[in-house]
Structures are given as C-alpha cells and as structure tokens.
Design a protein around this ligand. Structure first.
Ligand SMILES: CC(=O)SCCNC(=O)CCNC(=O)[C@H](O)C(C)(C)COP(=O)(O)OP(=O)(O)OC[C@H]1O[C@@H](n2cnc3c(N)ncnc32)[C@H](O)[C@@H]1OP(=O)(O)O
Ligand SMILES: N[C@@H](CCO)C(=O)O
Length: 376
C-alpha cells in the first residue's frame, strides 16, 4: 500500500470539503471523564423528518466503530460510503420519518466531521497524538450537548449496534431521565476480556507502523495504512462467523494464485485484504485508535455500583438484541443484560453473518426497531 501526501485527507472529512447531507454544531468545551478538556468540539450530524412541537418524537441512531452520520443515503460529494442501514429510515420505513425526527451524529473521536484526532487543535495543527483519551461516556456527553442545542429534552428512543449499542445503553443508564426507550443491538454492558484482547493486536498494529509517527502523521505524506489494514483484517474476522467463512471460502485459492508453497493467497485472505484496503481509503487510523480505546472503556457499571445497579437506574423500555452467530459480542452478553434487568425485552437475530448481522439483516433489525418504537 502506498501512502500519498493527501491520503489522510481522503479518508477524513475536513472543513472545506463538501458537507453532503451533514449539518454541524459547535458544542463548546467538553470536560472529559478521565481528565482534561477538549476546548472546542464540533459535531457533524444528519436529520430526517420533523421535530414535533412538543419535541417528543426524536430518535437518536448511534453508529458503530467505522460508521458515521450517514445512516441512509448515497455515496456522493462529502460521503465516502452509502448509508450503512439502507432502507431503515424514510417515509413508511421502520424509522418512519412521517412520524419521527431521526438524528444521527458522527461520534466524538470520529473522522467524518466531528472533532477527532485528525481535526485541528486550537493551535491550528491536527490533534494527532495529542488527542486525549475519550470514553463512551464522553461520546454520550457530547451527544447530550447536541440534544440540548436541538431542543430535545428527552429522546423517544435511542438505538444502535455494537459501539452504537454501547452508547444507547450508556444513554439509558447514565441519563435515564432523557431516554424513554433504548434498543441495544449486538453489544454488552461492559467490554469483555475477549473484546479487549482482540483489540490489543489491532492497536499495536497501528502504533507499530513506522508511518504512525506517534500519531502525528497528518500532513507528513505518510499514514499508517498498513497498520490500519492489519487491524481491519483482525477485526473483520471477528465480525464474521467461522462457519460462514468456511462455507463461503473453504480452502479455495484466490483465482490465479497458489497459496500452498507458491506465495499466493487463499480466497479468504484476498477477502480480508479487500476489506483492509477499503477501510484504509475511507477511515482514519487515529480515529480507529481513539474509538477502539473508547470501546475498551465501556462499562455502564463503572463508579455506579456495578452493572446491575446501573441498569436499575433506567425505568423506560429497554430492548436488547443479539445475533445467533456473533462471536465478538455473543448472544449471551445480550441475555446477561436482560437477566440482570427484569422487564428487558430480548430479540434474537438469526443470521449466518456473525457480528455484522446487525448491519446485514436489515429486515430483522427493521422489525425489532418497529417493535421498540411502538412499545408502551
Ligand atoms: C454501523 C457501521 O459501523 S457502518 C460501517 C459498516 N460498513 C463497513 O464496515 C464496511 C465494511 N464492510 C462490512 O463490514 C461488511 O461488508 C458489511 C457488513 C457492510 C456488508 O456485509 P456483506 O454484504 O456480507 O459483504 P461482504 O463482507 O461479503 O463483503 C463484500 C465485499 O467483499 C468483496 N469480496 C468478496 N469475496 C472476496 C474475495 N475472495 N476477494 C476479494 N474481495 C472479495 C466483494 O467484492 C465486496 O466488495 P465491495 O464491498 O467493495 O463491493
Ligand atoms: N463493520 C462494523 C463492525 C463494528 O461493529 C464497523 O466497521 O463498524
């Protein structure tokens, strides 16, 4: 992979780039959970539908690690990817814009318009390696500041999958008075040792790439794309079920290549290479690190007397959903949330696609979204 001088620009949204469907809000300084303050935070967000006069129809959709505010929509100027939940937002869709005002923010630490490592610090240089450690709670604090500015006192529903599910649960437990319903897909109440373990080689792959330069690679003409690619290969394997990979690829060689002693690749290796290269073109390694560490911080029970006590704080409607073949956020972790909090609804998403089932199985996800939105 060859880095070009402006490659990091291509993988991030920067002021001056086409806004696409984004809007922006400055939410001012943000005090961080683990200390320090971000002096100025800008949030990129998209909305669909109309906020009711009483403000009671607002739904917050939370994206996962490499997602952004573009929940639905096309690739186009300012948008490197099409919407990640195609068909789920719109008139008559599960997130019915004839009824609901749907909001999606790009997360704190991200690279699609919200302040993150690639954004300029007050001194005019990118934050880079100076970007502070941020947690899932910091991400939610920033979203709460956005809600304040949009005039949304209480969300009708907050929902999301994976890292988005962490934020949905953090909203419900940390700000229970501001959430009526929460849907937590393919997520846990706290990052498990297994999840932190899978993250470890990913963090090291990026940080040990010579192009990483302590995080201050922006504008140097070199970016840790090899490290990011390795991280994505590791992660993507965990996002898929082992039987699925075997069914799809088996031991087949990549067309025209000989993996057994010929220096070529198996087809599954080519598949991972493809996903690695694709991510490097659309995502910033610094954001990948910041958000991965934020996911490791996830624990709704921290300083709240543990998970069960934290869950008790929420008296709205809580719905969890897990994917049958998810080996990274296995179904048992959704079941554990339901077990610890009586009255929690549980939906099992039947999929061969592992953790990515929450992105791929849009019909099943759409059905559970409809159920949650109508829950009384
Ligand atoms: C909420 C959020 O986090 S948003 C972010 C979600 N989006 C992403 O993460 C983008 C990365 N992609 C993914 O995670 C998944 O592909 C999903 C969930 C989006 C979609 O899953 P699926 O539809 O099952 O796609 P799948 O994983 O099979 O990948 C298909 C791609 O692999 C390519 N591919 C398949 N087999 C091979 C192979 N042997 N060699 C090379 N490439 C291959 C296909 O050509 C296709 O390429 P394209 O995406 O550039 O068109
Ligand atoms: N494919 C998803 C998986 C993480 O949950 C992403 O990249 O965000």
């Amino acid at each position: 992979m060859t880095a070009t001088p402006d490659l990091w620009d291509g993988a991030t949204w920067r002021p001056g780039d086409p806004p696409g469907d984004r809007q922006f809000l400055d939410v001012g300084p943000v005090a961080l959970e683990r200390g320090g303050t971000l002096p100025a935070v800008t949030v990129a967000y998209e909305t669909w539908g109309t906020l009711s006069p009483s403000g009671d129809n607002a739904v917050l959709v939370e994206h996962a690690l490499t997602g952004d505010s573009h929940v639905v929509g096309d690739v186009g100027p300012g948008h490197p990817t099409p919407g990640w939940w195609p068909g789920l937002v719109g008139p008559g869709a599960p997130l019915d814009t004839d009824r609901f005002f749907v909001v999606a923010t790009n997360v704190l630490g991200g690279c699609q318009g919200t302040t993150g490592p690639s954004s300029d610090a007050p001194d005019g240089r990118p934050w880079g390696g100076r970007f502070p450690y941020t947690t899932i709670r910091d991400q939610v604090a920033v979203e709460a500041a956005v809600a304040d500015r949009l005039g949304i006192g209480r969300w009708h529903t907050v929902l999301g999958g994976s890292m988005g599910g962490m934020r949905a649960l953090e909203w419900a437990t940390g700000r229970p008075d501001r959430v009526e319903r929460a849907l937590v897909l393919a997520a846990s109440a706290a990052a498990t040792a297994d999840q932190v373990a899978w993250c470890r080689p990913q963090l090291l792959a990026i940080r040990s790439d010579p192009s990483y330069q302590g995080g201050d690679y922006y504008g140097t003409g070199r970016a840790p794309l090899d490290g990011l690619g390795i991280a994505r290969r590791i992660a993507h394997t965990t996002y898929r079920h082992e039987a699925e990979l075997d069914d799809r690829f088996g031991r087949r060689p990549r067309s025209g290549e000989e993996p057994i002693g010929g220096g070529g690749r198996f087809d599954v290796e080519s598949y991972l290479d493809h996903h690695a290269e694709k991510l490097s073109r659309r995502f910033d390694a610094g954001s990948y690190l910041a958000l991965s560490e934020a996911m490791n911080s996830h624990d709704v029970g921290r300083d709240r007397g543990g998970v069960t006590e934290a869950l008790r704080a929420f008296d709205g409607h809580l719905h969890v959903a897990g994917v049958t073949t998810d080996r990274l956020y296995p179904l048992r972790l959704s079941e554990e949330i339901a077990d610890r909090r009586p009255g929690t609804a549980l939906t099992v998403i039947d999929s061969a696609h592992g953790h990515d089932g929450f992105l791929v199985e849009t019909a099943q996800v759409g059905a559970v979204i409809r159920t949650v939105l109508d829950a009384r």
